[in-house]
Design a protein around this ligand. Structure first.
Ligand code: SF4
Length: 618
């Protein structure tokens, strides 16, 4: 880690023994228990955990924010000698924006689409810093320049929608910092941005927050990112902090079984470390007289059924586990269980191709102007049977369009796509049933593809009706049950609706539905990008396992190079619709030759080269 550059003591914010619950008609649900964290000037505390672990509740509680039904059950939030948790709205309005800044994931929360960028800045600077119009404008332009928005004076007259997603988040960052706050709370501020843009915004966040001596909390599900950009790390599970310490030390040698499991689920490009999901799902509330992680912990004993305190292990390290004395520090790279990292013996070039893409181009008409826009530019690639091809690149690189043209959802403007040597018709509707069965696709968002009015059984029965006349009606229940077991869905979920399933379960249903058609080629479009890292790892494990068991050919689109390494034998890197580099995935990531591949790799957060990442690879 780089060291802090500025210190000032007036901005420290702390939660002290904070317990929070939500009261509903059904009773009180406790979501935070005995949480103590302190934000220090010039330092960044990372807060990691799966969805529902309580990290966003803690972040908002630190701002004094309270939602309907929320109750502080114990403890306090202390800022500048005051209890923020008991402050009136009038008192909170004096510190919100001025001394406590908040940067959420969605810029729609921080930027009003109806206001120019100038209005956003000037209103805040006049209200919080008492600047006159001219001084406020000068400071606004200065901050836009600091976050590297081109032509800052012109940018002030534009509206948020006239900027890209990454630029909007940089403007929101400049807006938050321009009033010189003492504390900055960042809630997944770069999730949803492309990897290169993410790296750019994260470098700016770290540099500007440290230069200004701001005390920052960075909430993210991306543990590798937090270990790269933060000074300290706190891991949350079921509303409790289960481990806390210096970020690099926690990541390199975790002491709590949950931290170790979470790190083991993070896809990495740096090593062949196996990738493992965490079985089970996180508990949604604070545990009573037991360890919150007990249901998913392979080290559980009867001794774990008790209230467990956070134990200080060293001056800067604490963990919440009864077996700390017996369990050594974990080495996330030392688990030799079956890995998702693929390494096939035969080079792909020597194998017969099941799928061939020859000089395929896709040209769209731009909305409004009708100008031609080249989404896929003369792409040729071959995929051998039983192998996995990864397609990586940023948004707009053409990777999803290429996948959809293979699926027959987008008609290529030029070139040929062939299956087992025979050219495929341009759209799925023109292809015979046997070919529609043979090539199946799974999308990023199962909510968009699963009918909300269909139970799991109804969704899974459909491909059997369409493509599997060999399975009689009375045999469908058994076929569905067998597939559910194969994708590790509990059979008792069969009559549930999608809304009663977790995100990971819904994606497993979508995968099961595609597999019930008995495809030979499975096309996956960012199928894990909306999932928690632990669920992502288990879906990737599942896909790699199924691929080997069923000799399935997989084409996997992803923006995440760690995921690419975990699933793909061969990979192509797309930029502006064209292939920039291709080859065996491990070699391509270890010895990239194209500058764009190098740029993508440099943008991947890696705690082992944090200084390099923060300096932009220079
Ligand atoms: S207390 Fe027990 S169940 Fe909880 S993490 Fe430690 S070993 Fe696992």
């Amino acid at each position: 880690m780089t060291t802090t550059q500025t210190t000032r003591q007036d901005g420290d914010l702390a939660a002290e023994g904070l317990s929070v619950g939500y009261r509903a008609r059904t009773g009180l649900t406790q979501v935070l228990a005995d949480v103590s964290v302190q934000l220090h000037s010039g330092r960044i505390l990372g807060l990691a955990g799966e969805s529902g672990s309580g990290k966003s509740t803690l972040a908002l509680s630190l701002l004094g924010y309270r939602v309907s039904g929320q109750e502080i059950l114990a403890g306090r939030v202390a800022f500048d000698g005051r209890d923020l948790d008991r402050a009136s709205i009038k008192e909170l309005r004096k510190v919100w924006g001025a001394r406590l800044a908040y940067l959420p994931q969605d810029t729609a929360t921080s930027l009003n689409p109806a206001l120019t960028i100038r209005r956003h800045f000037v209103e805040g600077l006049r209200r919080h810093r008492g600047l006159d119009n001219a001084a406020a404008l000068a400071r606004s332009a200065e901050w836009l320049a600091r976050v590297e928005i081109p032509e800052p004076e012109n940018a002030l007259h534009k509206y948020p929608h006239q900027f890209s997603g990454g630029q909007q988040q940089r403007i929101a960052l400049a807006l938050a910092l321009s009033v010189d706050p003492e504390v900055l709370i960042l809630d997944e501020p770069t999730t949803g941005l492309d990897v290169v843009t993410q790296a750019h915004v994260n470098r700016l966040i770290v540099t500007l927050a440290r230069d200004a001596g701001i005390a920052a909390l960075y909430v993210s599900h991306n543990l590798a990112l937090l270990a790269t950009v933060c000074d300290e790390l706190a891991i949350m599970y079921a509303g409790q902090i289960v481990e806390q310490g210096v970020a690099s030390a926690v990541y390199a040698a975790p002491r709590h079984p949950y931290t170790a499991a979470l790190i083991g689920a993070v896809p990495t490009i740096a090593s062949d470390r196996p990738l493992h999901g965490i079985p089970g799902i996180p508990r949604p509330s604070v545990p009573v007289h037991t360890c919150g992680f007990a249901e998913r912990c392979k080290f559980r004993t009867d001794a774990c059924d008790t209230d467990i305190p956070l134990v200080t292990l060293a001056e800067d390290r604490a963990a919440r586990c009864v077996r700390l004395a017996e369990l050594p520090a974990f080495d996330p790279g030392a688990d030799h269980a079956p890995a998702t990292v693929v390494d096939r013996a035969a080079p792909a070039k020597e194998l017969d191709a099941i799928l061939t893409v020859d000089n395929v181009g896709v040209v769209f008409a731009r909305p409004g102007s009708g100008e031609p826009f080249v989404a896929v530019d003369d792409v040729s690639v071959r995929v051998p049977a039983g192998r996995a091809l990864g397609i990586a690149g940023e948004s707009g690189s053409g990777k999803s369009t290429l996948l959809r043209s293979i699926a027959g959802l987008v008609r290529p403007s030029s070139g040929t796509i062939s299956y087992r040597g025979a050219a495929l018709a341009g759209t799925a509707g023109e292809r015979p049933v046997a070919l529609r069965r043979a090539i199946q696709i799974v999308f990023q968002n199962p909510d968009a593809t699963l009918n909300p009015r269909h139970t799991v059984y109804q969704s899974l029965e459909r491909p059997l009706k369409l493509f599997r006349p060999d399975i009689a009606k009375r045999g469908r229940r058994e076929a569905v049950a067998a597939m559910m077991r194969q994708v590790r869905l509990a059979p008792d979920l069969v009559d549930r609706y999608p809304r009663n399933l977790s995100g990971g379960q819904r994606q497993r249903v979508a995968i099961a539905r595609a597999l019930l058609a008995e495809p030979e080629v499975l096309l996956c479009d960012e199928v894990t990008s909306a999932l928690d890292v632990s669920v992502q790892a288990s879906i990737l494990e599942l896909l790699v396992g199924l691929q080997a068991e069923r000799d399935l050919t997989v084409v996997f689109v992803t923006h995440d190079l760690g995921v690419l390494r975990a699933v793909a034998d061969e990979a192509i890197i797309l930029q502006n619709g064209a292939i920039r580099e291709e080859g065996p995935t491990t070699r391509l990531l270890r010895e990239p030759s194209h500058p764009y591949t190098k740029e993508l790799i440099a943008a991947v957060p890696d705690p082992e080269r944090a200084n390099e990442f923060l300096s932009g690879g220079s």
